[in-house]
Ligand binder design. Structure first.
Ligand code: 48F
Length: 253
């Protein structure tokens, strides 16, 4: 009953159809952790053409493992509305301290981003940036598997009006920009864990690090040397919201 050729065509054609449309984007988000997925949904809701590129097969970044592989995350009162907006259930554990299931959180965040109209490409890695006239103007992409195996395969490039580095602790996009373009940007690296400070810093440090290139979440913390915060995730969610606001401000309509 099922013809393998139809199955093959269905996959190849629908995937490539989508890939063709993302060659010109408003916003390219690198990394599908909490800050990247929240930013993607917020931007898609505002009508921007946004795609998330995740080098691994699984989306969700550092959410899955909760704290020390115990699949629960903690959020504070100020960030709970973000989880609610995605339909994630929370339980109040202590005044102002809420717990959510990390797997439910990943599922809801990616579903919410897709449903809002964001494109999500898992297994696709950012290999380099496109720089034009002193601005980051796009990404150089390759299959995550090619990247991981270190194969000598030339990548493909896309253009975007803004790029968000949501690659977490690595701040990979910022590092790549600095390493290849003589840009005097240093990634300071994060400071040791201080949950309270780290949560505030990751939101405060979210912003444009170079024309066209924004950083959120742990990438922002690492660029500017903020504190690590561990398995409390409110700052990551709020950083995604903040990144979307700043990008929308910069892009206009
Ligand atoms: O690390 P990650 O979850 O980013 P985040 O939004 O959140 C950080 C927290 O999860 C946690 C924390 C909070 O307490 O400290 O770590 O800042 O997700 C980053 C994603 O980026 C992907 C990576 O696989 C991960 O899923 N990524 C990294 N480099 C690349 C990439 C790349 N070159 N191309 C595509 N994806």
């Amino acid at each position: 009953m099922f013809d393998e050729r139809v199955i093959t065509r269905a996959i190849v054609e629908t995937y490539l159809e989508e890939f063709r449309t993302i060659v010109d984007l408003d916003v390219a988000v690198v990394g599908s952790g909490p800050s990247g997925l929240v930013a993607a949904r917020e931007l898609a809701k505002r009508g921007y053409r946004v795609a998330v590129f995740e080098k691994r097969l699984s989306v969700g970044g550092g959410l899955w493992g909760g704290g020390m592989l115990m699949n629960r995350i903690v959020v504070q009162e100020s960030a709970r509305p973000v989880l609610e907006e995605f339909g994630v259930r929370t339980r109040e554990y202590a005044p102002g301290v809420y717990v959510a299931h990390s797997v439910e959180t990943v599922a809801a965040l990616v579903y919410g981003a897709l449903q809002a109209g964001a494109y999500v490409f898992n297994g696709v890695a950012m290999e380099d940036v496109v720089v034009r006239d002193g601005r980051v103007a796009g990404l150089v992409l390759n299959w995550g598997a090619v990247h991981a195996a270190g194969l000598h395969v030339d990548p493909l490039a896309i253009h975007s009006r803004a790029v968000l580095d949501a690659t977490g602790h690595e701040a990979e996009v910022v590092r790549k920009l600095a390493a290849k373009n003589g840009v005097s940007l240093t990634v300071s690296g994060e400071r040791s864990m201080w949950a309270d400070r780290g949560e505030e810093e990751t939101v405060a440090l979210t912003g444009e690090v170079y024309p066209g290139l924004f950083a959120s979440g742990m990438a922002a913390t690492n660029v500017y040397g903020g504190h690590r915060m561990g398995p409390i995730f409110g700052g990551m969610l709020l950083s995604g919201v903040r990144a979307a606001e700043l990008i929308a401000e910069a892009l206009g309509s």
